[in-house]
Design a protein around this ligand. Structure first.
Ligand code: NAP
Length: 220
């Protein structure tokens, strides 16, 4: 076991590829793989420990930008990020609370990835929800080199299916939730056997009974 001080201190990543940012997901799950403690409409602040919350901020500080799904944002209305970070939300409906801190803290640093016919306040960037095309734009027009995706389960699956994720951070919280229909690290449609993705374990840390795992995609 090591002290919290050493975990993810001075986190570094490889350089970004030409057509998109270097992309990593961070999530916390129970031992049985669930990523919520209540329903999927509710916040999950009680899933990870205070150490997990601290490490989440450390991982955020190593990114230029954070992207989340509309479900994650609706479930956690007080969600905030440091004002110097770009923050993006992926939505089809556009049903978002534009009065929440996610939008008001740094309006000029907000991007809404939504279909063209969705109305987005002019204070924010309106980007396409074609995620591959938009990642190219983030890299080549906004200069974003390192992008953190913080869930939820549905949007993680969208990026993983397209094989656009370089690293996965997982906090394994020593809890059991149960439930067939609750979100996991990534939902979506299953991959075929031939498409199952492999990852190397890059780092692992234990603090108390919690495990902090960092995986990198194996290049085929
Ligand atoms: N344990 C963790 O680390 C963690 C992290 C984050 C969230 N969570 C929890 O996970 C739950 C939310 O997860 P979730 O899987 O339900 O939701 P989610 O992945 O955050 O968001 C799903 C929403 O994203 C939008 N979306 C997905 N694909 C899209 C596409 N291709 N184009 C445009 N929009 C797209 C849709 O928004 P619209 O409905 O607006 O169309 C969809 O309803 C919450 O309970 C939250 O607290 C847990």
């Amino acid at each position: 076991m090591i002290s919290t001080g050493e975990v993810y201190a001075g986190l570094t990543f490889p350089e970004a590829p030409a057509g998109r940012p270097y992309t990593f997901i961070n999530m916390v799950s129970t031992i049985d793989g669930k990523t919520v403690t209540g329903t999927d409409q509710e916040p999950v602040g009680d899933l990870g420990s205070q150490v997990d919350h601290l490490l989440m901020r450390r991982i955020e500080s190593a990114a230029d930008a954070i992207l989340i799904g509309a479900g994650a944002l609706r479930s956690t209305p007080g969600l905030w990020y440091p004002k110097d970070k770009w923050r993006f939300v992926l939505t089809r409906s556009g049903e978002l609370d534009y009065a929440s801190r996610f939008f008001t803290d740094a309006p000029e640093k907000v991007g809404v990835l939504a279909p063209a016919d969705v109305s987005v306040p002019s204070a924010h960037l309106h980007l396409s929800n074609d995620v591959a095309a938009t990642l190219d734009k983030l890299r080549n027009q906004l200069g974003i080199t390192h992008l953190l995706i913080e869930g939820g389960s549905e949007i993680n699956a969208e990026f993983l299916r397209l094989d656009l994720v370089d690293e996965l951070f997982l906090t394994l919280a020593p809890k059991i939730k149960l439930g067939n229909c609750l979100p996991t690290y990534a939902g979506g449609q299953p991959l075929d056997r031939q498409q199952v993705q492999n990852y190397d374990l890059l780092e692992h840390h234990q603090v108390g009974s919690e495990l902090f795992l960092r995986y990198r995609r194996v290049q085929s």
